[in-house]
Each structure stands twice: as structure tokens, then as C-alpha cells.
Design a protein around this ligand. Sequence first.
Ligand code: SF4
Length: 438
Amino acid sequence: MSSTAPKVGFVSLGCPKALVDSERIITQLRSEGYDLVPDYDGADLVVVNTCGFIDPAVEESLDAIGEALEENGKVIVTGCLGERASEITDVHPSVLAVTGAHAYKEVMDAVHTHLPAPHDPYSSLIPPQGIKLTPKHYAYLKISEGCNHRCSFCIIPSMRGDLESRAIGEIMQEAENLVKAGVKELLIVAQDSSAYGLDIKYRTGFWNGQPIKSRFYELANALGELGIWVRMHYVYPYPHVDKVIPLMAEGKILPYLDIPLQHGSPRILKAMKRPAASEKALDRIQHWREVCPDITLRSTFITGFPGETESEFQELLDFIQEAQLDRVGCFTYSPVDGAKANDLPDHVPEEVKQERQQRLMELQEGISGARIERFVGRTMQVLVDQVGDGEAIARSQGDAPEVDGVVFVEGGEHLPVGEFAQVEIIGTDIHDLVARPV
Ligand code: SF4
């Protein structure tokens, strides 16, 4: 690190999509010769990438900005909360600049204004895969920005705009660079990954000199050629998703789908204006399991959406019982400023939302605990995340980092971190597997 280079501190909050934005800004900063420093003291200026999705995230973002101001004093704010600049400047009037989500150029303009770039950037120091904030062996790959849907509880389209798919050649090049840099697992993210290419009319691009359409199936198939784990997040149960399931059965991409279903009552789904709300999700799930029996399905749900009655909540529980999903996250409805759902009548009292969340999670625990049992006695490939005292902590094909379970490999302390290993599963709890090396 050059001691004379201007120094930037970076605080990254929010979801994997925001993390990818942070990585792009940091890559640009490094390519222009700025140094990144890990503490407020050593920084000439601090960039805070915020999340503004729900109230607790807004609070966390405002606290992080306050801390950066107190510790350093020179702060530029970007990210989702930046779309509602006055909420930031009302609390923290001394921030230097506020920009919105994926506003890479605006952030860099603000940095240039308050901390001029060095004259002789060592652009060759930037690796071709860019700077990543995840461990070396896995990376998030964002395939599009924005969203064409208008879910009534969400303000992301007003913050991030309509769907803008990246060119397929550019995505594949980034994926290849990441694999060359040692990445063993790519996590595909977007607001709606299954909508990839719709806005650019599935335009044909090129990869390795071959024509390839910018479409969900073709992208999954091409990524499946790279010989690493490819995990699909934020997919909706559209009919065209069925085509991707055989790629999972063949082992080209991971048998894993993260499908945020949010509810099981048709009336609530309609009030939520959810994508693919009219698709028969249960039939689709059953069909996916017929084609790929080992598929791990993850989803999220909301309890206490405005107007949700006890019998509609019961419909959601019946759905959960029938769907037999492997992994489930459940949130209580949180009224986001500016969301249309706030104007709906019959808001559900907070204690009822929480009581329903608890009932849902109790039901799901039994389901998750029973489903994970099927792995006991099997030998499987895992990816080692870390090693410690007498064990390794790894993940199976059914475990996405941060949100799912892990595999505790007893006696696996010698396994290399960031590499695949073969293990035999010897036990489980509700979310995690216990294994030994083979
Ligand atoms: S699909 Fe719905 S919840 Fe997801 S980003 Fe788009 S509008 Fe928001």
C-alpha cells in the first residue's frame, strides 16, 4: 500500500446486491489509485453503502453514518437509503454527499470532489475479477439491476428503476475471471434472476466466439460449463424456470433454488402484487422434485401483511405443510416508507404478526428437521469455509453462505480452506449436518 495515496474507508451494509455495488465502487477506487483502509482513523474519507429496505435496516444505516461522522468526519453516503436523501440529511446534515443505489459514477464524482485522485494510479494492481468482499472461494455475480415488478410492500423499483439486464458476454467474462482467480462457487443474484434478458429481448451475445442468448436457461447452461458450483438466488416460479431443473439433475448447476414466495393465500399474493402469483407454485414444486429429487428449496415468507386474516394465515400454514420446503426465512410485515401496501386497510397488530411468525417457524422447524435427515449416511462433496479446533466448517450443495446451515466436519481440521472435500454425513440437527472426512 502506498503511504502517499489518498485513503478511503468503506462500510458496506445490506443484501448481496448491495455488496456487489460495494465491490464495483471499491474496484473503481483501487483502479484510480486510492488505498482502502480498514479503520476510520487512517481514512481521509469514508463511503457508507446503505440499505433502506425495512425500518431496522434504515436505523442500522443511519447509525453507521453517525459513527463514521463521529470517528472520521468526512462521509459520502450511497446505496438504497440514498434514494431518500432527506431522511439522511435530516439526521446527519454534515454528510458530504448522498447518492442512490448503483450510482457508481456519482459516488466517484463525490469522491473526486472531496478527495482528488492521485496522479499516477497503479491500475495494473487491480485483478481482472475486480475487488471482492467475500472470501476468495465464493462470489456473488449480479446479472441485472432494477425490477419490472411492483410488489406493494417494496420500494426497490422506485429506488433502483426498471429491469436492466447485463450483456451475457460481460457476465460470462466476469464469471470466467472469478473462476481463474480461485472462486469455487458463484451465487447468482438480481432482484428477479428468472426475468434475466426480458428487457433486452433476450438479445444474442457472444461468449468464447459462440452466439448465446441473454436468457435465464442459456445463462444457467453456460455458467454450468465452468466446472464450479453455480447457485441460483431470487428465482420466481415461472413456467420457463422448469427448463433449468434438468441442468440441476445433470449436476451442471447446483440442485438449489431460492424462490421468495412470501405467502400461500391467493388473495394476499394478489394484494402483494407478487410476480408469478397466479402460477401454481405447489404443482411446480412437485414437478421440480420429480425431475430433480435432491433439489433444495429455500423461500421467505411475510406474516401480518395488511388485511391478513387468521384463515388466510392458516392457508399459508397449509401451503408450508404441503410444500415441504427445505429452508424457510420468515419476516413480520414492516411498513416501508413510500410502499403502496401501507395504504391498505386493516393493518395487523404487531403482537399478532409476531405470534404468526412464531407459529410458522415452529411448523417449519419440524419440516426442515425431517427433510435434512435424508442426507444421513450419504457421502457428498462439500466446500470448506473455515477450519478450527478439531473440525472444519463447510457447506453442502444445499447450503448458501450466510442464510442456510453448515456442515460440521469432525476431525476435518486438516482440510484446505476454499477447496472441495468428500465427507460422510453422520448426523443432523434442524439446519446443520455433522460429517466426517472420507
Ligand atoms: S420482485 Fe417485488 S419485492 Fe422483489 S424487488 Fe421487485 S418489486 Fe421488490
